[in-house]
Design a protein around this ligand. Structure first.
Ligand SMILES: [Zn+2]
Length: 267
């Protein structure tokens, strides 16, 4: 069963992600503007960022690069395609459309060249999406769950260490698989020096079949500070991401909204 992306599908994922913590202003961040660090950062305040400043005309297009153990097995057995949406990444690169890519450790391990390419691009922030996309809660879209502080900490650190090894930098942002988390989970991530990022626009590209409809809905909801969630995997679970982005980016610009990286938005 392909569950790599199934957890972040569309309507409902946003409310499922609610941790019960108040949304705090990004200006409360103690992080410096230089986001990626070459030494492991110390603990940061426990908080969940759902959007950036509402008084700047910036939005963040974020792309999760999911990979579960079962998805990896399917890739290796040629049951599903390579989980890199190359046309999408090329489009973002060629149009200099700023983005943030949350990579799972398994994805980074399988596609180290892609990670290095992303990290070398000044219009991209590379961030952490756990090691193998296990759920942090027991009711997260049917995903198998990880439990216990030690195992959860390892979900953060293993990927951070690999990203550091590949890029020379530690990531400073973390997104939970399926956006499922409890307040204690946010503390665990924050203790590792990474800030939790959710989203505030409640439609995703997962399983989307009508790019026109999705991009129109996203454009309508977009406001200063909006954080969008997409996927960098491509088919089978996110086959229409590029088509959505190609329509959405001009629509955002028409609203006076500029895509920036999370480094820029939250730095
Ligand atoms: Zn994911």
């Amino acid at each position: 069963m392909v569950v790599g992306l199934a957890v972040v599908m569309g309507v409902g994922a946003c409310s499922a992600s609610t941790s019960g913590q108040p949304s705090s202003s990004p200006t409360e961040s103690s992080q410096s503007a230089s986001v990626s660090a070459d030494v492991r950062p110390g603990p940061v305040p426990a908080r969940v960022v759902r959007h950036g400043p509402r008084d700047r005309n910036e939005v963040a297009l974020t792309f999760d690069a999911d990979m579960t153990a079962s998805a990896l097995e399917q890739v290796r057995n040629d049951k599903i395609p390579r989980q890199v949406n190359v046309p999408l990444l090329n489009y973002l690169r060629e149009t200099k459309t700023a983005s943030t890519v949350f990579v799972t450790g398994l994805w980074a391990k399988e596609y180290p060249g892609e990670v290095k390419k992303l990290a070398a691009d000044p219009t991209v922030t590379v961030a952490n999406h756990s090691w193998d996309h296990l759920a942090w809660t027991n009711d997260c879209y049917g995903l198998p769950a990880v439990s216990g502080e030690k195992a959860k900490t390892a979900q953060v650190r293993k990927t951070s260490d690999l990203l550091h090894e590949l890029t020379g930098k530690y990531p400073q942002f973390f997104r939970f698989p399926g956006l499922c988390h409890n307040p204690k989970d946010v503390e665990i991530v924050s203790n590792q020096g990474e800030t939790v990022v959710d989203w505030d626009v409640n439609v995703s590209d997962a399983f989307a079949t009508n790019p026109d409809l999705v991009s129109a809905s996203l454009a309508k909801q977009a406001q200063p500070g909006s954080i969008f969630v997409f996927h960098a995997n491509g088919a089978p679970n996110a086959p229409e991401t590029l088509a959505i982005i190609k329509k959405l980016v001009p629509a955002l610009k028409a609203k006076g909204l500029k895509p920036v990286t999370l480094d820029q938005m939250l730095g």
